[in-house]
Structure formats: C-alpha cells, structure tokens
Design a binder for this molecule. Structure first.
Ligand code: GDP
Length: 298
C-alpha cells in the first residue's frame, strides 16, 4: 500500500503510530520547529524553503499543541500556496507552428515526455511534428521514433552525427509546409561538455529564428524526480545554456515524492507544465498543487 511505500513526513515528529482518536499532540516550540525544518530539508525542499515554510507555520502558533493531522494540514496548505502559482499547463499560442524545444540531461525522460505530450496534443486535435535533435545518440533517435509511432506523430530524423541545427531547420520547413500546430524538438543532454552543448542549443535557436523570429516559443526542461536536490543544479545549468520557460518533472510514480519541486518553485518560479507518472503513453498528468502537497506530506 502507498502508506508503506511513502512514509509520511510526520513520523520524525510524532512517531510512526497512525492517527488515533486521541492523537498525541506536541507543543509548537523551538525544538519542534527544528525537527520540522530537518524533516523538510530531508524531503529535498532545500534549506531556504524549509526555513520559510517553518516560519510561516510558526507565525502566531508558538506554544500551541498540535496533532500530526493538524500539522500536516498546515504544511500541505503552505506547500499548496507555494506551488499554486507555478501549476500551469504548457500554453498554446495562436502562432503556428509553435516551437517547443525540449532540454534536459540524458535519462531525465525527454524522449518519453515528448511522446506523451505529442499524444496528448494529437488527442486534442493538434497536428504535431517531432524532430529528433539528439543526433549523436542513435539509440535516442530510435527511441523517439518508437514514441512518435505510438503517438501517431511524424518524427524527423537525420543521420547519426549530423548537425542538429540543420535538422531543426528542416523540421521547421516541414512543420510549416504541413500546417503543423506544434513542432517539438528533442535536444542532446550531454553535460560533460557544456560549452559544446550551449553552442549546439544556441545554433538550433539561431537557425529556427531564421524561419520564425519568435521561436522557440517554449523551452521545456525535463527533470527526473529521483535525482532529488540535483534538480536544482540542473535548473541552474540549463538556465545558463538556454532560455528555460517551464519544467516537467518525471518519475513521480516511484518512491521519489518530488519535494525538490517546492524548492524549485520557491526559488525560480518557473511553471510546472506536467508531471511524469509512469512509462506508458498516458502517464503524464497536469500538475495539481493540492494533490502534490497531500502526497508529499503523506
Ligand atoms: P531521455 O534520455 O531524457 O530522452 O530519457 P528517456 O525518455 O529515454 O527516459 C529514460 C528512462 O526513464 C526510460 O526508461 C523511461 O521509461 C523512464 N521514464 C521516463 N519518464 C518516466 C516516468 O514518468 N516514470 C517512470 N517510472 N519512468 C519514466
């Protein structure tokens, strides 16, 4: 059952016992606040955010005796408040083709997310084209082709090792010619050589702007929830490499509860467009702050 797979955050503060009619209460004092901070930091929320959340909960409540249930509610409300402004689906613009550049480290779930998004947009009546811009990984291109087939969406590919920017240009040409609503461009995620990757992404952007100066309309950064705190440095890195406009967090179906999303929302305020909750094509959900906060608090 989910309870055993995802133990609640309150165990540390109140013991592991489930709530009973006479729930134990604990006075909200400095020791309890410190425990709460530690719990939030351990849940990947980051020190700054943990301190702020704790301070908000403490405000006007010092000395009160709280049960785990009451504290959970306060915590879930705080988290919901932080997350609500960033819960925004990928915006669709009247300008077509809308170009969505998808960035992120290898293995984060870019290919899978592109396939899932393509399927959703197609189901919504949109015409989608995908460009397999990670031309250096033959396996990545193949995998994207598989996802394109599943979603019923054409995937533009180029021979291994060819210039991703020229593929992006060709994909723009095709998307325009076919009257596509959306062009999603996969990109390489090799962080080993950041200067190269930056140049590669910049060149893709330069080239597609020859076709449409307003493109790319979105730059989606895909993050893997299982990397925990590492997601923060990935956002920092990719914001230097590209003009990141929004996030998708994948693998929230596993043991990772995605506490780092709270830190990301608090720190960067980037919209969270969707969350990945499995390996199947329909396993992409809208980000719901209240559901997320409840699951995180446990
Ligand atoms: P890429 O290298 O960034 O393109 O990553 P992939 O899309 O190939 O995904 C890497 C692995 O993560 C694959 O095994 C996917 O099935 C898996 N994956 C992607 N998204 C999710 C998700 O939301 N949940 C789970 N459980 N696995 C996912």
């Amino acid at each position: 059952p989910p309870e055993t797979r995802r133990p609640g955050l309150m165990g540390r503060l109140f013991g592991a016992a489930p709530p009973t009619p006479a729930e134990p209460r604990r006075e909200l004092d400095d020791a309890m606040l410190e425990d709460l901070e530690d719990t939030l930091v351990a849940a990947d929320m980051g020190v700054d955010t943990a301190l702020r959340v704790t301070a908000n909960i403490a405000e006007g409540r010092m000395g009160r005796r709280l049960s785990a249930t009451e504290l959970k509610t306060l915590l879930a409300d705080e988290i919901t408040r932080i997350m609500t402004p960033v819960a925004r689906p990928l915006p669709l613009y009247p300008k077509t083709p809308q170009v969505v550049l998808v960035v992120g480290v290898n293995g984060s779930g870019k290919t899978t997310t592109i396939g899932k998004l393509a399927s959703q947009f197609r189901a919504a009546g949109k015409k989608v084209v995908i460009a397999a811009g990670d031309t250096f990984r033959a396996a990545a291109v193949e995998q994207l082709q598989v996802w394109g087939d599943r979603a019923g969406v054409p995937v533009m590919t180029a021979p291994e090792g060819s210039d991703p920017a020229s593929l992006a240009f060709d994909a723009m040409t095709r998307a325009e010619a076919e009257g596509a609503d959306l062009l999603m461009i996969d990109t390489a995620g090799r962080l080993q050589n950041r200067a190269d990757l930056m140049e590669e992404l910049a060149k893709i952007v330069r080239v597609i702007r020859k076709k449409d100066p307003s493109a790319p309309h979105n730059t989606l950064l895909v993050l893997d929830a299982t990397t925990g705190q590492n997601a923060i440095s990935q956002v920092e890195t990719f914001r230097r490499l590209a003009d990141v406009s929004g996030l998708v967090m994948t693998k929230l179906d596993g043991t990772a509860r995605g506490g780092v999303l709270v830190a990301l929302a608090d720190r960067f305020g980037l919209p969270i467009h969707a969350i990945g909750v499995g390996e199947q094509i329909d396993d992409l959900d809208a980000f719901e702050p209240r559901d997320f906060a409840r699951a995180l608090v446990g």
